[in-house]
Design a protein around this ligand. Structure first.
Ligand code: NDP
Ligand code: HEM
Length: 498
């Protein structure tokens, strides 16, 4: 079989890819050796910025198959008939670690889905948890600073985490999940996925419903203890990548049951809690899970960088029949992701094969850095025009959404119950799970100033007195263990104020 001839990026054939061009066998190199210059220059540009959060991840392609009719709630093409299949990409991730971080860390797992539908891409960018740490996006960058490295020590800071959490009681629900057994999954296949936010569905009659998305693992939830994870990381920093990649290569395709919860539009007003608050779930007893379909991952990427690192998911990618909600966090994310992609990947990131919709794209955007769209030749390069350029279609208009209220910086903590739902979660745990929760928290609090620990214990007490008491006991137990072994140092920080 004849092999293709190697070339430069300009297509010029290469005669020798083993030896640089030098003045004599031992001499210095010649500037005219463009082949060497091109190779080194390309190497200098091999890395793109890593994601500011969720930098470490793994992904695979697959299929969503619809098994139940939900067309009474939505006209979205992806749900149009039982048996309908839509190709998708799912990227899992950890949140805090950098691109080279170990997989087996206690952290939330990202669950970013891109469905290549017949009416454009639908991205559902969620997590393996149904809630989040903050409910106002103004606090998101502050929260993320506490998860990343301390600017002076260049280390992760338990003090910063517990300081922020203890001053932000709305975080308690997510902190309880993070510190529970489910905060350290054995691998991505063994996690559930949640859209987390409330989104909206719009049906063919123009009626709006509020909706939450759930993916329940068919592999079963499987988790590790901190001690087990230490053993894994000592031998393998890519444990989740390996598990996912090898399972798919073996033909053991992971599957999830796709379900939804639905609320009538007008019921949002009557709900006892704010159904657009990302720190709350909708109780299953009030909003039962409705079967929709099966998600299966069945194809590994051919090239990790091109198809996973350059993949760009954004909650702003919605399709007719699926839309946003007043959730403040979702509203901010609608802006934030595409902005991140233009910086991280480039202006035309959606023209890259992995991000490109399978349906036709017609915009009037022009030019820009690295525009590699197919050249267009038309007099219709502005809108409106008289030259048959693409035009709007009012059939896609959404029904109007009633909104009222005085514009202000409303205190999101006023009258908000941050304790009942975390307490409910605590109360449904088995005794073994509760013990794990207590000891995980006690371990995570090592080195944190006592005043911050006391403030956080107050939150556990309010969720359930047994929760606070259990953590106190675990802290005492661990302090005893530490005196008998090596003493744990307080983190090198300035003393907290107040
Ligand atoms: P249910 O008893 O109907 O549901 C309990 C839910 O908790 C199940 O979805 C279960 O997931 C999940 N769960 C069990 N252990 C953990 C854990 N350690 N971390 C996270 N989730 C866990 O109760 P409710 O609907 O009334 O909710 C009670 C509490 O359950 C909530 O306050 C919330 O913390 C948690 N939860 C609720 C969800 C919801 O959408 N209502 C979704 C996920 C969690 P599984 O079935 O996979 O075992
Ligand atoms: C990644 C912002 C909240 C899930 C990202 C990225 C940004 C970002 C900028 C990097 C995107 C990229 O470079 O491709 C925000 C902001 C938030 C927020 C501003 C709140 C206001 C959330 C929430 C969830 C979530 C609530 C889950 C429910 C994810 C996931 C990724 C991610 C899964 C990784 C996507 C991928 O795999 O490429 N976020 N985020 N984020 N975020 Fe958020």
């Amino acid at each position: 079989m004849s092999r293709p001839i190697m070339t430069t990026t300009g297509g010029n054939p290469i005669a020798d890819n083993q030896n640089s061009k030098s003045a004599g066998p031992r001499g210095p190199l010649l500037l005219e050796d463009y082949q060497l210059i091109e190779k080194l220059a390309h190497q200098n540009r091999e890395r793109i910025p890593e994601r500011v959060v969720h930098a470490k991840g793994s992904g695979a392609f697959g299929t969503l198959t619809i098994t139940h009719d939900i067309t009474r709630y939505t006209k979205a093409e992806v749900f149009s008939e039982v048996g309908k299949q839509t190709e998708c990409l799912l990227r899992f991730s950890t949140v805090a670690g950098e691109r080279g971080a170990a997989d087996a860390e206690r952290d939330v797992r990202g669950w970013a889905l891109k469905f290549y539908t017949g009416q454009g891409n639908w991205d559902l960018v969620g997590n393996n948890t149904p809630v989040f740490f903050v409910r106002d996006p103004l606090k998101f960058p502050d929260f993320i600073h506490t998860q990343k490295r301390h600017p002076r020590t260049n280390m992760r800071s338990a003090t910063a985490m517990w300081d922020f959490w203890s001053l932000s009681p709305e975080s308690l629900h997510q902190v309880t999940i993070l510190m529970s057994d489910r905060g350290l999954p054995i691998g991505y296949r063994h996690t559930n996925g949640y859209g987390s936010h409330t989104y909206s569905f719009i049906n063919a009659q123009g009626e709006r419903f509020w909706v939450k998305f759930h993916f329940k693992t068919r592999q079963g939830i499987q988790c590790m203890t901190n001690a087990e994870a230490e053993q894994v990381i000592a031998k393998d920093r890519e444990s989740s990548q390996k598990d996912l990649y090898e399972a798919i290569e073996r033909g053991e395709y992971p599957q999830w049951d796709f379900k939804i919860q639905v609320m009538a539009e007008e019921d949002a007003e009557k709900c006892a809690f704010n159904p657009f608050d990302l720190t709350k779930v909708w109780p299953h007893a009030d909003y039962p899970l409705i079967d929709v379909g099966v998600l299966e991952l069945n194809r590994n990427p051919e090239n990790y960088f091109q198809e996973i690192e350059q993949a760009a998911f954004s909650p702003s990618n919605i399709v007719p029949g699926i839309s946003f909600s007043p959730d403040k966090m979702l509203q901010a994310r609608i802006f934030s992701y595409a902005d991140a992609h233009r910086y991280r990947v480039g202006t035309w990131y959606e023209a890259l094969p992995v991000n490109q919709p399978k349906s036709e794209v017609h915009t009037y955007h022009l030019d820009g850095s690295m525009n590699f769209m197919k050249p267009k030749s038309s007099d219709a390069y502005y809108e409106p025009n008289s030259f048959d350029g693409p035009a709007e279609e009012d059939a896609f208009a959404e029904p109007p959404l009633k909104i009222s209220g005085d514009a202000d910086r409303w205190n999101h903590r006023d009258g908000n119950d941050d304790y009942t739902q975390p307490g409910n979660l605590f109360r449904l745990m088995s005794d073994v799970q509760k013990e794990q929760l207590f000891s995980n928290i006690a371990e995570a609090m090592q080195g944190v100033p006592q005043s911050i620990i006391d403030r956080q214990l107050g939150h556990f007490d309010q969720a359930d007195p047994a929760y606070g008491a259990g953590v106190r006991e675990a802290l005492v137990r661990l302090a005893g263990d530490n005196t008998n072994n090596i003493s744990v140092q307080e983190e090198p920080q300035a003393a907290p104020v107040g």
